[in-house]
Write a protein that binds this ligand. Structure first.
Ligand SMILES: NC(=O)c1ccc[n+]([C@@H]2O[C@H](COP(=O)([O-])OP(=O)(O)OC[C@H]3O[C@@H](n4cnc5c(N)ncnc54)[C@H](O)[C@@H]3O)[C@@H](O)[C@H]2O)c1
Length: 256
């Protein structure tokens, strides 16, 4: 097998992945371990995070984290620093959706989505950057946005998700600029519909699935591994000159 070129490797690096127990986060964790990193899968579902890490094997470990709870975020990143001694990569990926028409979306549901997708992402980025700055080696943060952060959607209403993922796109720009002087790059991926439990409910609707394929130039959904490849690239030294940007992994959806 051909060796991975050095800029695409992550030897000696430590990566924290929020929402790492399954789906895109888990795929990114498994890939980063293959690239040589040690990975901490962080998830509200701690049992699933521990199991997922065991499935990856040596180089991965699972811990509990609720991104909506500031004390939990502080404790989780402190635990990473205590056990791993450094933090180089954050895959800022935990997310949720409450897909409901705007006029029917009550404040509690709006707040619940904002708490995970926007405030939670900020709290984790802040905690990770503090650890990276203390380490003095810089680092790389990759946020998981969405095509819904760069478009108004159209197939079904999803206002809290679209708003918060749009916020991630601009948070990525602003933190990329703010932390560049510390050697911390901040980028995002914007995946299209990706085959994880996140869209399990949508997959029950064959007509909707057909419409999704029809609005996607490449004519299919993404696999979590395909999003992980983009995350790993942005996290790696191969992307050393890239910061503040959002990379669509969308089969051409946003190009239309
Ligand atoms: N699957 C898609 O179609 C798709 C498309 C675009 C963007 N995304 C984004 O990708 C990211 C990952 O989604 P996925 O598809 O892998 O979904 P998933 O449901 O498979 O995984 C999401 C993980 O986040 C965890 N999580 C939720 N709330 C949390 C909290 N408060 N604290 C800590 N962990 C929490 C869940 O327990 C779960 O393990 C999300 O940000 C999602 O918005 C997904």
């Amino acid at each position: 097998m051909t060796a991975i070129p050095p800029p695409f490797r992550a030897d000696g690096r430590v990566a924290a992945i929020t929402g790492g127990a399954r789906g895109i986060g888990l795929a990114a964790g498994a890939l980063l371990v293959t690239m040589g990193a040690r990975v901490v899968l962080m998830d509200r579902d701690v049992a699933a995070a521990v199991d997922a890490a065991a499935g990856i094997g040596e180089g991965a470990r699972g811990i509990g984290l609720d991104v909506t709870d500031e004390a939990s975020v502080v404790a989780a990143f402190r635990s990473v620093m205590e056990t791993e001694g450094r933090l180089d990569i954050l895959v800022n990926n935990a997310g949720r959706a409450i897909r409901r028409a705007s006029l029917d979306l009550d404040l509690a549901d709006w707040d619940a989505v904002v708490a995970v997708n926007m405030t939670g992402a900020f709290l984790c980025a802040r905690a990770a950057a503090a650890a990276m700055i203390a380490g003095g080696r810089g680092g790389s943060i990759v946020n998981t946005a969405s095509i819904m952060g760069l478009s108004g959607g159209g197939l079904y209403p999803n206002i809290s998700y679209q708003t918060t993922k749009g916020a991630i796109v601009n948070m990525t720009r602003a933190l990329g600029v703010e932390w560049a002087g510390h050697g911390i790059r901040v980028n995002a991926v914007a995946p299209t519909w990706t085959r994880t439990g996140f869209i399990g409910e949508l997959e029950q609707n064959p007509e909707l699935m057909e419409r999704i394929r029809a609005v996607t130039p490449l004519g299919r959904l993404a696999e979590p591994e395909e999003v992980a490849y983009a995350i790993a690239f942005l996290a790696s030294p191969a992307a050393a000159m890239i910061t503040g940007t959002t990379l669509a992994v969308d089969g051409g959806f946003l190009a239309q």
